[in-house]
Design a binder for this molecule. Sequence first.
Ligand SMILES: [Fe+2]
Length: 222
Amino acid sequence: MNTTFLTPQEREVESSIQPKIANMIEELFASLPDPKKLTSSERRGIIARYTAVLEGNFIYWMTAALLSVQSDESRPILLDNLNEEIRDCHPAMLRRFAIAANAFPTDSDALAVHDDLTRMRLFLGRMSSVHTVLTMAFFEGFIQRFMVYLAELAAAQGSVEMEYTDVHGVCDIAHSEGLFRAFAVEMEHSPIEPGTDLFEGVDLLRTLIQTIVHPQADKIAA
Ligand SMILES: [Fe+2]
C-alpha cells in the first residue's frame, strides 16, 4: 500500500484492522495440533472436513462478497479472485488433493461442520459488504498460512499430490492484500453503524475452522 496518499479508512486498515486479523490468524495457527501427534484417522478427518467446507463454498462466499460490494473499485479485486478460482478449477484441485490423501469427505465429515457452515452461509446472506469482505480477507490470510500444515497432513497420509497446497500457499498473499484494499474502499462507501461488531463474520469463520480442526473440542474463547 502506498503510504503517501492514504484515506482515513486505509490508515485504519493498515494501523489497526490488518494487524488484528494477522494476530487472529497467528493465534488460530498456534492452536493447531502437532501433525506428528495425530492419528491417521485424525489427519484424514481434518483434510476431509476442510474439503467439505471449501470445495463447495469458497467460490460461493467470494461471489457473496462480489454481490455485496457497493463500490466499482472493489469489484475487479473480487472478480480477479473468482476468475482464477474458476479458470484454474480450484475445486477440482482440492478434490484431487483430498482423494489422494484418502480423505474424501463422507456424510459424517459434512455433518460435523453442518451447523457452523450454515451460520456462515446465513451471515453472508445479509450482504453486508464491509463484514463480508473483511471475513474473506481473514480467510485468504488463514488459508495461505494453513497450506503448509495441510500439506504436512497429506504427506503423512502418504500423498504426493500437492498442487492445491502449492498454488494456494503463494497466490493468496496477493488476494489477501487486495481484499484489505477492497475492505478500506467499502468502509469509505458504506460506513457501518457505530457499535456494530466488525468482526462478526470473522468470528463465525474462526469457529468453523476450529470445528474443522477439532470437531468435538471446546472452541477457543473469542
Ligand atoms: Fe482457490
